[in-house]
Design a protein around this ligand. Structure first.
Ligand SMILES: Cc1cc2nc3c(=O)[nH]c(=O)nc-3n(C[C@H](O)[C@H](O)[C@H](O)COP(=O)(O)OP(=O)(O)OC[C@H]3O[C@@H](n4cnc5c(N)ncnc54)[C@H](O)[C@@H]3O)c2cc1C
Length: 321
């Protein structure tokens, strides 16, 4: 590693998330007086020139059949080669399940730290990387400073805006990686049966909590969803305990960021609130005035959802037609 490492190296196996990292990556590289580099790993990698359109000056490519499926040992080997080639002062990794596993391994190999799930990042006056992350299930924000280079941070989806593309060319460097013999043998791969709920991208979500007494009653929520063109979500007990829906919203479920979120019969525990905090407008319907959900709502309706929802659907139908 050079005495002053000024480059920023970005990686995510999820190309959409990788692009989101590049706007911030460029900003950080400017702060350090270095360049933005990108690592792509895979088999038959498509469009390796794409990161150049988002500011990458050098794209390091590890392409081969050994990278077709994610193996943390193989990806770690590629990563360490990329670090040799880029000499980064900062490493940004998309905080997917795989990205987080890889980040920990890379940090250990480089004998440095790792700040996980950063929602903001900047270079402080001493040239260290400073990041904000949610703690205590999202009820507080902690500010952390990484004091050892290369600084490593993982970044969740939608923490940073996707930058606008521009004309860009970059050097593309093929990495020669020798993949270590795997210590874990994958005996079978099966596609996940669950479909995409579409909740993460939905502009409007109406959500059910334990205030609903029976599965059939969800009809009134589905009617509201129909009128608003919304997706239907729920709190964890509705899915995990009662099995009325496949997936739930919250810290252990889907994290959503709609323009409008209706919480119906949901108490608003921190585990649920952590998954909806990025919603632009939260409307709650809860019969208890003291329910926590009202505290994080922009509009609160204190009332029985069995009376409020049909009235709301009727009013909206009259208004929207
Ligand atoms: C490790 C861990 C992770 C978790 N992760 C998640 C997560 O990701 N997402 C999540 O949602 N939960 C999660 N939970 C569970 C969480 O702690 C709560 O138990 C759960 O969010 C409560 O769901 P609820 O609001 O639907 O039910 P309740 O807390 O039982 O609330 C029901 C609400 O409905 C209201 N109500 C009742 N009847 C009516 C009516 N007729 N009209 C209007 N209002 C009515 C009540 O006043 C009450 O506020 C997690 C828990 C743990 C321990």
């Amino acid at each position: 590693m050079s005495a002053v490492a000024r480059n920023v190296l970005a990686f995510s196996e999820d190309r959409g998330l990788l692009i989101q990292l590049l706007g911030k990556g460029n900003e950080l590289a400017d702060s350090l007086g270095g360049e933005l580099n990108v690592l792509l790993v895979g088999s038959n990698i498509s469009d390796p020139g794409e990161p150049a359109r988002y500011g990458s000056t050098k794209t390091l490519v590890a392409d081969g059949p050994g990278f077709e499926h994610f193996s943390v040992e193989a990806y770690r080997a590629a990563f360490l080669k990329a670090v040799e080639a880029s000499e980064p002062g900062i490493i940004l990794i998309g905080a997917t399940k795989r990205g987080k596993e890889l980040a920990a391994r890379v940090a250990a190999a480089l004998d440095t730290g790792c700040m996980t799930e950063c929602l903001s990042l900047e270079v402080d006056e001493e040239g260290n990387l400073m990041g904000e992350r949610l703690t205590y299930a999202g009820s507080t924000i902690s500010t952390e400073v990484s004091r050892k280079t290369p600084h490593i941070a993982t970044i969740p989806a939608r923490a940073f805006e996707k930058p606008e593309p521009s004309e860009g060319v970059c050097e593309i460097v093929t990495l020669d990686v020798s993949i270590p013999d795997p210590r874990v043998k994958v005996v079978e791969r099966r596609d996940k049966a669950k479909g995409d709920t579409g909740l993460e991208d939905a502009p409007i979500i109406v959500s059910a909590g334990r205030g609903f007494k029976a599965k059939e009653d969800l009809k009134i929520l589905e009617e509201l969803a129909g009128v608003l063109g919304a997706k239907v979500g729920c709190s964890r007990p509705i899915s995990a305990d009662l099995g009325w829906m496949e997936e739930w919203i919250g810290i252990s479920g889907r994290k959503v960021s709609p323009k409008l979120y209706f919480a119906c019969g949901i108490s608003g525990t921190i585990q649920h609130a952590a998954g909806i905090r990025d919603s632009q407008i939260i409307v709650s319907i809860n019969k208890e005035e003291s329910a926590n959900i009202h505290e994080i709502s922009d509009y609160s309706i204190v009332g029985d959802l069995y009376a409020v929802l049909p009235a709301l659907v009727k009013a909206l139908k009259e208004k929207i037609g």
